[in-house]
Design a protein around this ligand. Sequence first.
Ligand code: SAM
Ligand code: SF4
Length: 497
Amino acid sequence: MVLSQSLLAPMGCSPAIWRGISAYVLKSRGRMQKAFDIGLDSLFAHKDAATPESCFIADAPQRGTFYLETFGCQMNEHDSEKVAGVLLSRGYRQVDSVEAASFILYNTCSIREKAAQKVFSRLGELRETSSEPKKIGVLGCVAQQEGEKIFHRSPWVNLVCGSASYSKLPELLEQLEAGEKRVTGLDTDTDETFETELTRRDNPWRAYLTIIEGCDKACSYCVVPFTRGPERSRSSDSILRELRQLADLGYTEVQFLGQTVNSYADPSSRKMKFSELLRAAAEMPGMRRVRFTTSHPRDFGRDIVEAIESNDRICNHVHLPVQSGSTRVLRTMQRTYSRDEYLEKIAMIHESKKHIAITSDIIVGFPGETEREFDETLGLMEAVKYEGIFAFKYSPRPNTPAQSMADAIPEEEKSRRLAILLELQRKIQTEANEKLVGDFFEVHVEGKSRRENQWSGHTSCYRVVNFSSPQSDLLGSYVPVKVNSATPNCLIGEHAP
Ligand code: SAM
Ligand code: SF4
């Protein structure tokens, strides 16, 4: 956990102290991130964003305790880091259990039905277990999608707020504090981005930084344009200013976030292109790695490949979701590119003088997807040889055009296709990783195993590497590692001299 100041001086504590706390928390948790996980759980996994330490701002008025749980993607995780910053700066203290909290918040995901259902089961549990009055807040995509209906279904909820209204959170909290029972922030017609004075970051070395919010792409299966509102980019000046502050706090890696990060459109007169922003970020003194996710194929150009080639600090990894290998399915998905056009982008990346890892998202069982069209997806995977994928069974979502499309694929058939696809990806990853045995990688160390002298981290291309080292304090450092063996999901090696 790190509290990083975005615009103002930190209240009650110096950055050095915050970093100290964060390093301690990370060590005590020993949490390791897992990349290129071809299972589904890694995207669904909810994460307890609360901290084990009693985290509060000393000179703010003390207003009670909050527990914040996050579901869904990295953007939600980072939104929660900013929401926690808002609450801390108002004088709330963060705690790590529902029982210890007077204010319980769920930051929700509705990308698939299963993710949305989890929130209602959490809300049900609260009614059953809570003996004393607590304030309850539902944030994020389910809040936006269900709106005030949440109050009817779970009358014990007090706050419902979608991500496009997060900049209004201080006002909404003020209303709650003044005794209002039901408060909402559900407007999506906004050009505002969510910038906070204080952000409570989970990872002390790699910082998320959202550069573009919302989405204008309108894929026929997806709720994001409804739940997150229209595309809004932050100005390049404000992004680079925050990056400078992150570097000053000791962060060495940044991950630019956006649902379509490469559709970034600088609203300032500077009109920086996305690839120029990457280059400028890589020049920031102190920053050693710049990542970005998720890229949309339509807006992916050669200039991004050239930026990656120009500076080793820009990570050689592109997450470029294809969704399907069939042009007909892509058309009904409204993805705005054909199979061939996607493969042209892949060729551009494969032809680079640098090896650039490519990962993807794939949906199986979209309405009307035939066996032959599914085979086209398998064929495309063989051609691209993704370093990792996130694969999903199509899930019908409210308000989306795909929800009313004919020829729904039965659940068992979706499961069968998913299993075949995951098995193929396992084979591709096994072969690719085995070829790396004997190679050397620079690893950013982010985790320590319970086993003595065992460490874990990521390469620039975001492969997970587990390795041994005689050294006793490597967290946060960058070390050379020789790969001795490989599994489908990680490389195993030793600290190289
Ligand atoms: N904006 C990113 C893009 O277009 O590539 C993806 C954002 S979305 C949070 C992550 C992934 O969830 C998508 O790439 C897609 O594979 C998957 N997804 C979205 N809606 C879905 C649905 N209705 N059913 C199954 N998977 C879905
Ligand atoms: Fe959803 Fe498509 Fe936007 Fe990605 S690009 S968030 S899949 S609408």
